[in-house]
Design a protein around this ligand. Structure first.
Ligand code: ATP
Length: 443
């Protein structure tokens, strides 16, 4: 089963191709022009595009080039008129999987070719997935909002500048800090992190700076602090806004002088550390209220980078969802799952106040619930925040159809996909519910 987009300006050819492929159980959609195809490809993921080469407006070659630039993983098979093989060869040089000559005589060749193209796509996916899981997360999958952010991270990684990562909880600040380290000259050195919100002030102090033997009750041995351990590498201060004033002063000195003493010690130690700090708080507001030192703020925010919330980078949701779902399945040691088209759509409609972390949690829960090999919308228990003033769908501008669709998804969620019960909850007949499920493509 694959997701295939058929592009041809002739209605008859399109439906012939679509029907031939649907026999094999593929999900096939049709586009009547290159432009329409591009729009569809941007809004939902397809694995394979079957396109005519000669079309008014954007032709098949131009479509191929555009999609290659945006979604290089999509496979292409091109259809070419008899005797026009050169242009098909050109398409293959540009990365098309193969070509078929028109008129397509029978569906067999087409189906074989489509299945082979899909197989190549899956092999490549698999390879990429193994590489991705063996290494570290990909920061973005081509979302336009994230592109300048990734660029900024890459550029600053080459320097030793202190970076301040800003963004809501779960937006991937720690992942970004790791990425900076990995892309920097210090990549072979240590990456040391500490969360300033989780430890008490005194514990945090001795964790950061270490302590000498006998510095305080319980300090039976000399202990090296994490800052020392980060020598030659990168230090990540998470939730830096939570740092207490006395520690802010000590940290400021390390940042200014690259030197410090262990707790209870007199010897000054010098360190070579690259600093990255992160916060979800408005540090300026904390400066105004006297809770955060302005001089430390300026030291930390040499290069501030804001990580956008997930709702502002919806272009990354499908690929992130795929990766996080694979990760969940792997961790749960269960067979891999894939997202149905309807589930993908549902994810795009989420509010994601908890950002990527929430997306990961929703998919993990779904991976626990789902029994087959496909995740459907009713597996996705997308929570509204507990203290939300009103359900999300009232706040957002939505059409009546969207509202109806949401209500159906919600009802199905609440009854774990039981359609009879869902219809009852919605106050409609089961037949009507089926019709609506079909209309909204809610599988
Ligand atoms: N690009 C990505 N690809 C895959 N997973 C990601 C990506 N970015 C973040 N995540 C996952 O999302 C979750 C939250 O990421 P992370 O801890 O980096 O966010 P954060 O902004 O530091 O959150 P907090 O402020 O709450 O500490 C983690 O499980 C992380 O693995």
């Amino acid at each position: 089963m694959g997701r295939i987009l058929v592009v041809d300006d002739e209605e008859g050819v399109r439906s012939f191709l679509a029907e031939s492929l649907e026999i094999d159980g593929h999900h096939v959609e049709e586009a009547a022009s290159g432009q329409e195809a591009l729009e569809r490809l941007r809004s939902r993921g397809f694995e394979l595009v079957l396109t005519d080469l000669r079309m008014p407006g954007m032709d098949g070659l131009e479509l191929l080039q555009k999609v290659q630039a945006e979604q290089p993983e999509v496979e292409f098979i091109v259809l070419t008129a008899h005797g026009n093989v050169e242009i098909a060869v050109q398409a293959m040089k540009l990365g098309a999987f193969d070509f078929i000559q028109k008129p397509v005589s029978g569906p067999t060749e087409l189906r074989l070719l489509a299945n082979r193209a899909l197989e190549r796509r899956r092999l490549r996916d698999h390879e990429e997935m193994t590489r991705a899981s063996a290494s570290t997360p990909v920061l973005s999958y081509g979302d336009p909002v994230m592109a300048p952010v990734v660029e900024a991270l890459k550029k600053v990684a080459r320097t030793n500048a202190t970076v301040l990562l800003l963004g809501e909880s779960g937006t991937g600040k720690e992942v970004a800090a790791h990425a900076i380290h990995r892309m920097s000259e210090r990549a072979q050195g240590p990456f040391v992190a500490i969360n300033c919100a989780t430890l008490s002030e005194s514990l945090l102090e001795s964790e950061l700076f270490g302590h000498e033997k006998g510095a305080f009750t319980g300090a039976t041995d000399r202990k090296r602090g994490r800052i020392e351990l980060a020598h030659g590498g990168t230090f990540f201060l998470d939730e830096v806004g939570e740092l207490k004033p006395s520690l802010q002063a000590r940290l400021l000195r390390v940042l200014q002088e690259r030197a410090f003493e262990r707790v209870g010690g007199t010897r000054t130690l010098e360190v070579d550390v690259r600093w990255i700090a992160a916060t979800h708080q408005d540090l300026r507001a904390r400066i105004s209220s006297g809770e955060f030192r302005e001089d430390l703020y300026h030291r930390l925010s040499v290069f501030p980078v804001r990580l956008p919330p997930l709702r502002e980078r919806t272009g990354d949701i499908p690929a992130l969802a795929d990766v996080l779902l694979q990760r969940a399945c792997h961790e749960l040691k269960r067979p891999m799952l894939k997202l149905s088209e309807a589930a993908r759509k549902a994810l795009l409609g989420g509010r994601w106040t908890g950002n990527i972390r929430e997306l990961a949690n929703v998919l993990e829960r779904a991976a626990i619930l789902a029994e087959g090999d496909t995740l459907e919308p009713h597996h996705l228990l997308m929570e509204q925040p507990a203290k939300a003033p009103a359900p999300a769908f009232v706040q957002d501008a939505m059409t009546l159809e969207d509202l109806e669709k949401r209500a159906i998804e919600r009802a199905l969620d609440e009854v774990r996909g039981n359609r009879r019960e869902a219809a009852e909850r919605l106050g409609i007949g089961v037949r009507t519910l089926y019709e609506k499920l079909k209309r909204y493509n809610l599988g």
